[in-house]
Design a protein around this ligand. Structure first.
Ligand SMILES: [Zn+2]
Length: 384
């Protein structure tokens, strides 16, 4: 006999599964839910009645009968609720407002250079309230705000424990949550990007994968048994700070020789400057020079890929994932030269590695983190 707690868990589980089916398919008949989710008619009827009352689904007509009473067709009201995702990178805050199907309704971004965390949060609050108003939503219609942060986080206590790239330590978002009057969720940038890959991206059908986020730093999100795994102290996946060199170059974490010194966006630009003496400030400028056939740019990219591969091989050796997903803005430039990168990676692959571990470029980059953060407030509803 199931006790009350078990029964309530199962009830919530059934509700989430039905909601996930609606999110995936939008228009569904009751019988399809019974068959595809292996649920009883009573369970489906109780849940659909409740979802109708809550305004999350609506009846959208009658389907053709295959004998007997004509079945009612339900439609998911994906605009019933909204969610916000915020990606806080060292220089920029990117904000998206999505509906329940993760379709982006609106977006905004601003530079956070020279701003304190309080100023950044005040800006976010203004943007969130403006966007809700603009699209005719009340705060009650909003599931919350998810924040993607470049550092170690304590999700339960919504605390940013340490973010060297933001120069922030032990920052609690409780006051922000109270001021804005919306539930706030936080997650590490690479973990939340891996989460997005798991729900709607390259890892949707995978059990084991590693997402490598290449930005100003390098972070990784580990997917094991189709879940993002975070370790005992929420530090899993900090491969950006594994030491791969004895060069005395200081990392943002205070140590030397970390992988991210050699494989972040900045590293590629720095390699080019070292080769040519010319300063390029962003990836767009670098790849423009590369595509013009500049030999020094080619040398710099090769050096960069060499270092990138060292870390990738270490991760493959340690975790043996089905797929390694590369993410970040750089991916959009690498995509243009994908065959070259693929060829290079294969040629330099050591024999100790399994040939079956695949390396892919994220299809939702550079938006994985912000999309993932907008999914955080929906976690409970859809049971992710
Ligand atoms: Zn480091």
């Amino acid at each position: 006999m199931l006790d009350n707690l078990d029964q309530s868990i199962i009830k919530n589980l059934n509700r989430s599964r039905i909601l996930r089916a609606f999110r995936e398919k939008e228009i569904i008949q009751k019988k399809e839910l019974v068959d595809s989710l292996n649920l009883s008619i009573t369970t489906v009827t109780t849940n659909t009645r409740r979802l109708l009352e809550e305004g999350l689904i609506e009846e959208t007509g009658i389907a053709e009968s295959t004998g007997g009473r004509k079945p009612v067709v339900f439609k998911f009201i994906k605009s019933a609720k909204v969610s916000f995702g915020v990606d806080l990178s060292p220089h920029q805050a990117t904000i998206i407002m999505t509906n329940l199907a993760s379709e982006i309704i609106d977006r905004s971004k601003f530079s956070i250079d020279k701003q304190s965390m309080e100023e950044v949060l005040l800006n976010i609050q203004t943007i969130v309230e403006t966007l809700l108003d603009k699209h005719g939503y009340l705060k009650a219609d909003c599931l919350g705000i998810g924040l993607s942060l470049p550092g170690i986080v304590d999700c339960e206590n919504i605390m940013l424990v340490n973010a060297p790239n933001l120069k922030v330590k032990n920052y609690s978002f409780r006051y922000f949550e109270a001021t804005i009057g919306l539930k706030v969720y936080i997650e590490n940038e690479a973990n939340v990007a891996a989460f997005a890959e798991l729900i709607i991206g390259a890892a949707e059908k995978l059990d084991d994968a590693v997402y490598i986020s290449i930005t100003d730093g390098v972070g990784c999100g580990i997917i094991a048994n189709h879940k993002v795994t975070k370790g005992t102290f929420n530090k899993a996946g900090e491969f950006g700070h594994m030491r791969i060199s004895d060069k005395e170059i200081i990392c943002s974490c205070g140590r030397t020789g970390c992988w991210e010194i050699f494989s972040s966006e900045r590293a590629l630009l720095k390699f080019y400057t070292e080769q040519s003496g010319d300063i390029v400030t962003d990836l767009e400028a670098f790849f423009k020079i590369y595509h013009e056939g500049n030999l020094l740019a080619k040398v710099a990219l090769r050096k960069y890929l060499d270092y990138l591969l060292i870390g990738i091989e270490n991760i493959m050796l340690g975790l043996d994932p089905e797929v390694i997903i590369l993410g970040g803005e750089i991916v959009n430039f690498l995509r243009e030269i994908e065959p070259i990168v693929e060829d290079y990676m294969k040629k330099n692959h050591s024999d100790i590695l399994s040939r079956d571990n695949k390396l892919v470029l994220s299809t939702i980059s550079p938006y994985s983190a912000v999309v993932g953060s907008s999914l955080l407030p929906m976690k409970e509803m859809f049971g992710y």
